[in-house]
Design a protein around this ligand. Structure first.
Ligand code: ZN
Length: 172
Protein backbone atom coordinates (compact mmCIF):
# COMPACT_ATOMS: atom_id res chain seq x y z
CA UNK A 1 0.00 0.00 0.00
CA UNK A 2 1.24 3.49 -0.87
CA UNK A 3 0.60 6.97 0.44
CA UNK A 4 -1.95 8.90 -1.64
CA UNK A 5 -0.05 12.12 -1.33
CA UNK A 6 3.62 11.24 -1.81
CA UNK A 7 3.61 7.62 -3.01
CA UNK A 8 5.86 6.32 -0.22
CA UNK A 9 5.07 2.79 1.08
CA UNK A 10 2.86 2.84 4.20
CA UNK A 11 1.50 0.08 6.46
CA UNK A 12 -2.22 -0.04 7.23
CA UNK A 13 -1.34 -0.11 10.98
CA UNK A 14 0.23 3.37 10.63
CA UNK A 15 -2.01 6.35 11.20
CA UNK A 16 0.07 8.82 9.23
CA UNK A 17 2.58 8.57 6.40
CA UNK A 18 6.14 8.93 7.74
CA UNK A 19 7.11 10.78 4.54
CA UNK A 20 4.55 13.56 4.37
CA UNK A 21 2.17 13.15 7.32
CA UNK A 22 -0.93 12.39 5.21
CA UNK A 23 -3.58 10.13 6.73
CA UNK A 24 -3.06 6.45 5.97
CA UNK A 25 -6.80 5.81 6.34
CA UNK A 26 -7.26 7.67 3.05
CA UNK A 27 -4.83 5.35 1.27
CA UNK A 28 -6.65 2.41 2.81
CA UNK A 29 -10.01 3.70 1.59
CA UNK A 30 -8.76 4.05 -1.97
CA UNK A 31 -7.16 0.60 -1.85
CA UNK A 32 -10.43 -0.86 -0.56
CA UNK A 33 -12.56 0.54 -3.36
CA UNK A 34 -10.10 -0.69 -6.03
CA UNK A 35 -10.02 -4.10 -4.34
CA UNK A 36 -13.85 -4.19 -4.33
CA UNK A 37 -13.91 -3.38 -8.06
CA UNK A 38 -11.33 -6.10 -8.73
CA UNK A 39 -13.42 -8.65 -6.84
CA UNK A 40 -16.62 -7.56 -8.62
CA UNK A 41 -14.97 -8.00 -12.04
CA UNK A 42 -13.43 -11.40 -11.28
CA UNK A 43 -16.43 -13.40 -12.65
CA UNK A 44 -15.74 -11.90 -16.12
CA UNK A 45 -12.57 -13.62 -17.39
CA UNK A 46 -13.11 -12.22 -20.90
CA UNK A 47 -12.10 -8.78 -19.59
CA UNK A 48 -8.38 -7.97 -19.63
CA UNK A 49 -7.53 -5.83 -16.60
CA UNK A 50 -4.40 -3.68 -16.33
CA UNK A 51 -3.85 -1.97 -12.98
CA UNK A 52 -1.94 1.21 -12.34
CA UNK A 53 -0.38 1.96 -15.73
CA UNK A 54 -2.26 4.61 -17.71
CA UNK A 55 -5.07 4.78 -15.15
CA UNK A 56 -5.91 3.04 -11.86
CA UNK A 57 -7.56 0.38 -14.02
CA UNK A 58 -7.76 -0.20 -17.77
CA UNK A 59 -10.22 -2.75 -19.12
CA UNK A 60 -10.24 -4.21 -22.59
CA UNK A 61 -12.29 -6.89 -24.25
CA UNK A 62 -11.85 -7.98 -27.82
CA UNK A 63 -15.37 -8.65 -29.08
CA UNK A 64 -14.49 -9.64 -32.62
CA UNK A 65 -11.30 -10.21 -34.55
CA UNK A 66 -11.96 -11.61 -38.00
CA UNK A 67 -8.97 -11.80 -40.29
CA UNK A 68 -9.59 -13.33 -43.69
CA UNK A 69 -7.85 -12.99 -47.00
CA UNK A 70 -10.76 -10.82 -48.09
CA UNK A 71 -10.53 -8.34 -45.23
CA UNK A 72 -10.30 -7.67 -41.53
CA UNK A 73 -12.62 -6.51 -38.85
CA UNK A 74 -11.83 -5.86 -35.21
CA UNK A 75 -14.20 -4.68 -32.50
CA UNK A 76 -12.86 -3.85 -29.08
CA UNK A 77 -14.32 -2.50 -25.86
CA UNK A 78 -12.05 -0.31 -23.70
CA UNK A 79 -12.58 1.45 -20.42
CA UNK A 80 -10.47 3.35 -17.91
CA UNK A 81 -11.07 4.49 -14.40
CA UNK A 82 -9.49 6.59 -11.69
CA UNK A 83 -10.32 6.49 -7.98
CA UNK A 84 -10.24 10.15 -6.97
CA UNK A 85 -9.67 10.21 -3.21
CA UNK A 86 -10.38 13.94 -2.85
CA UNK A 87 -14.00 13.58 -3.94
CA UNK A 88 -14.26 9.81 -3.24
CA UNK A 89 -15.43 9.34 -6.82
CA UNK A 90 -14.72 6.66 -9.41
CA UNK A 91 -14.19 8.51 -12.70
CA UNK A 92 -15.07 6.17 -15.55
CA UNK A 93 -14.63 6.32 -19.34
CA UNK A 94 -15.59 3.68 -21.92
CA UNK A 95 -15.78 3.20 -25.68
CA UNK A 96 -16.28 0.59 -28.40
CA UNK A 97 -13.73 0.83 -31.20
CA UNK A 98 -14.35 -0.71 -34.56
CA UNK A 99 -11.71 -1.10 -37.24
CA UNK A 100 -12.34 -2.72 -40.56
CA UNK A 101 -10.68 -2.90 -43.89
CA UNK A 102 -11.73 -4.53 -47.16
CA UNK A 103 -14.80 -6.09 -45.65
CA UNK A 104 -16.67 -6.26 -48.94
CA UNK A 105 -16.67 -10.04 -48.74
CA UNK A 106 -18.30 -10.09 -45.29
CA UNK A 107 -22.02 -10.35 -44.81
CA UNK A 108 -22.59 -8.78 -41.48
CA UNK A 109 -25.84 -8.33 -39.57
CA UNK A 110 -25.64 -5.81 -36.83
CA UNK A 111 -28.33 -4.72 -34.43
CA UNK A 112 -27.48 -1.87 -32.15
CA UNK A 113 -30.00 -0.80 -29.58
CA UNK A 114 -28.83 1.83 -27.21
CA UNK A 115 -29.79 5.07 -25.67
CA UNK A 116 -27.56 7.82 -24.39
CA UNK A 117 -28.75 9.53 -21.29
CA UNK A 118 -26.37 12.42 -20.67
CA UNK A 119 -22.95 10.78 -20.67
CA UNK A 120 -24.25 7.31 -19.95
CA UNK A 121 -24.94 4.80 -22.67
CA UNK A 122 -27.16 1.76 -22.14
CA UNK A 123 -28.19 -1.01 -24.51
CA UNK A 124 -26.76 -3.85 -26.51
CA UNK A 125 -24.93 -4.51 -29.77
CA UNK A 126 -25.35 -7.83 -31.55
CA UNK A 127 -23.36 -8.63 -34.63
CA UNK A 128 -23.08 -11.78 -36.67
CA UNK A 129 -20.81 -11.83 -39.71
CA UNK A 130 -20.25 -14.40 -42.41
CA UNK A 131 -17.20 -14.60 -44.64
CA UNK A 132 -16.86 -16.91 -47.61
CA UNK A 133 -15.99 -19.81 -45.32
CA UNK A 134 -18.79 -19.36 -42.78
CA UNK A 135 -19.39 -17.45 -39.58
CA UNK A 136 -16.48 -15.17 -38.67
CA UNK A 137 -18.05 -12.64 -36.31
CA UNK A 138 -20.44 -13.42 -33.52
CA UNK A 139 -20.73 -11.25 -30.45
CA UNK A 140 -23.26 -9.70 -28.17
CA UNK A 141 -22.24 -6.78 -26.02
CA UNK A 142 -24.17 -5.14 -23.25
CA UNK A 143 -22.94 -1.59 -22.77
CA UNK A 144 -24.27 -1.32 -19.26
CA UNK A 145 -22.95 -4.52 -17.75
CA UNK A 146 -19.31 -3.70 -17.02
CA UNK A 147 -20.16 -0.18 -15.92
CA UNK A 148 -22.93 -1.35 -13.59
CA UNK A 149 -20.67 -3.93 -11.94
CA UNK A 150 -18.06 -1.25 -11.22
CA UNK A 151 -20.59 1.34 -10.14
CA UNK A 152 -22.23 -1.15 -7.77
CA UNK A 153 -18.90 -2.06 -6.15
CA UNK A 154 -17.95 1.62 -5.78
CA UNK A 155 -21.27 2.65 -4.23
CA UNK A 156 -21.16 -0.28 -1.83
CA UNK A 157 -17.87 1.15 -0.53
CA UNK A 158 -19.55 4.55 -0.15
CA UNK A 159 -17.92 6.07 -3.23
CA UNK A 160 -19.60 8.14 -5.94
CA UNK A 161 -19.45 7.16 -9.59
CA UNK A 162 -19.12 9.48 -12.58
CA UNK A 163 -18.87 8.76 -16.30
CA UNK A 164 -16.76 11.08 -18.45
CA UNK A 165 -16.58 11.54 -22.23
CA UNK A 166 -12.87 12.37 -22.39
CA UNK A 167 -10.39 9.54 -21.90
CA UNK A 168 -7.86 11.98 -20.40
CA UNK A 169 -10.15 12.69 -17.46
CA UNK A 170 -9.99 9.02 -16.43
CA UNK A 171 -6.22 8.72 -17.01
CA UNK A 172 -3.08 9.63 -15.02
ZN1 ZN B 1 3.07 10.54 2.19
Amino acid sequence: MFCNQCGQPVASADKFCSGCGASVAAADDRQNVLQAISTALSPYPQLTLTWGQKADLEISNELANADLAAGKKKVEYSARLLADQGTRTIIFWEIIKEKSQGIGAFFSFKTETYRTDGKVRSGTVNETGYGLGGKVIDYNWDYAQTRQVIEGAARYQGWQFKTVLMKEKASY
